[in-house]
Design a protein around this ligand. Sequence first.
Ligand code: ADP
Ligand code: MG
Length: 644
Amino acid sequence: MTEGTTGTTTGAAPEALEYRTEVKQLLDILAHSLYTDREIFLRELISNASDALNRLQFEMLTNHAVVDPDAELAVTLIPDPDAKTLTVRDTGSGMNRDELVTNLGTIAHSGAKAFLQNANAGQAALEEIIGQFGVGFYSVFMVADEVTVTSRSYRPEDQAWTWRSRGDSTYTLEPADQQTRGTTIVIRLKEDAGEFAQPWRIEQIVKKHSDYVSFPIYLATAKPADDESATPRVLNRRSALWRQSPSKVTREEVNEFYKQLTFDSADPLLHVHLVADAPVNVRALLFVPAKRERGRLRLHAEHGLRLYSRKILIQSANRDLLPDHYRFVDGVVDSDDLPLNVSREMVQSNPVMRQLRRALANRLNRELKTLAEEQPDRYRTFWEEFGVYLKEGVALDASSQEALVELLRFRTTKSDGQWCSLADYVARMKSDQGAIYYVLGEDLRSVARSPHLDYFHAHDLEVLLLVDPIDGFMVSMLREFQGKPLQNVDDAGLSLPETPAAAQSDADAAAPAEGFDAVIARAKQVLGERVLDVQPSKQLVTSPCRLVSPADSFDRDLQRLRRLTEEDYVTPKKILELNRRHPLMVNLASMVTARPDDPLIDATIEQLFDNALLLEGLHANPVDMVERIQTLMEAAVAGRATSG
Ligand code: ADP
Ligand code: MG
């Protein structure tokens, strides 16, 4: 202990310390929680004990100068119905005074942080979070009147201390005389929590939540040692499920294991059990959770896989074992090929890691492909939850692109709300169709109305509907599939198969060339700098106009993403195309010729431009249009009234 800190003499008055504000807030919520599954407090304490044992075990790989080097690595639970207490003891790393203050006086636990971020989300949401994520050590105050933590760190120079709190705003610290390594937590149970002093109940909870903890969890009794039942008994099965043969492991066991590993309350959507000896020794159990929500909250928290070497935990959240786009995957990986004395920092650069990474990613790719082929409904659920991660992979990770592209799913103008793969699309392509077409938009409803689709509807050509902000980015990186280029339909220079005469509307319905040229000139004048150009359209069929990007527009696919992510991004100007055959254009042409000063002409042009912006999802403030629309309506109604 350093000079100047609190006295070392036992018997001195305990020192009182104040919790940090966020802890008080958390404790207050927990003390008043009506959460029914209070039993999860034990899961949290056992998980902390197991973490501490893992830390000690890892330390001892390189350092034998620890307190009690021969003590068995274990957790012991001692329920005492007479005293209404429960004691949780471990021989793990322990904590010195400073560690007690930092670890139990502030919020270290990431689940608890997420919990507080959601603290105003309402009671129901909070209780769900308590259950699903746990709130760490403090959850003990759901059942405790008072908690006493006495701990002796593994470092010989440290001393034992006792931390005590009633879950109000303070805790106390005093020196203790515990000589053995580890942590002993004595819980004085609340009046209504007496069940947790019953041995049968403790056994039940351990089986349910902590069966797969890898250290033995003993149940001991508080009775005198001459009693037969006083011999401690191991409660948990302790099996490293991932090291067993996949054929010997049942689905139930796997699901239980998953829940105990992640504290998730739902079964996983998919699990992968990988056992191989070449090219690298690997035993792994990987899980895709049922919901991304979990994954999202976990992103604030630590994500990563538990990495073991010969059953010894090397890292609790390793992010190098899978490519980034698989960061929603949970699980454990164990390899006998990883040297045991490797430091945590050295793990990354170990060549075995690269082999593990390849083996795991390949296997996941393959399992997802099989899922898509054999259980399309389940794959659809997967895609709707996690598809965005795979798209990110296609966009950002060139080496994974080839494997991931088969896993992509799209909605198209012909898929009728169903998801289809690029292979499906290519199989349906017309014989003279040279490209895979896509349209970008805000959402399925507005993109379905896109004027860009006129030509494609008229020619029965399928178009991918891309409405996720990342989609544009993804296709711009993908560029082609099976040799077919991916082609944005808003391209002004798009070369399309010849329009058969039948698909064209009646030629004499078109505006006369002269009048139409005048409309174009007028539109250029009215819209000025707001457009790059105004041009006649070769493709529009039923829509009067559309906005297209110039052929050299390098970021056309990224504009939507950039608008969302870059605050001062200005969308580049576009070209307005007018449809010579549209009745509006025909009438406008005759108006421009006969009554060029009519104010309706400019108002109509302005409105056409606004409509096009709206359909592109580019309109800054649609409310501004109301006044003009009113003027146009007045004119239309007046026209009818006089002519009728
Ligand atoms: P988390 O386990 O997610 O870090 P907790 O609230 O459960 O959060 O625990 C807070 C911290 O207290 C732990 O990170 C650990 O440093 C320390 N701690 C809790 N219990 C023990 C224990 N039995 N032995 C050693 N350290 C412990
Ligand atoms: Mg914990």
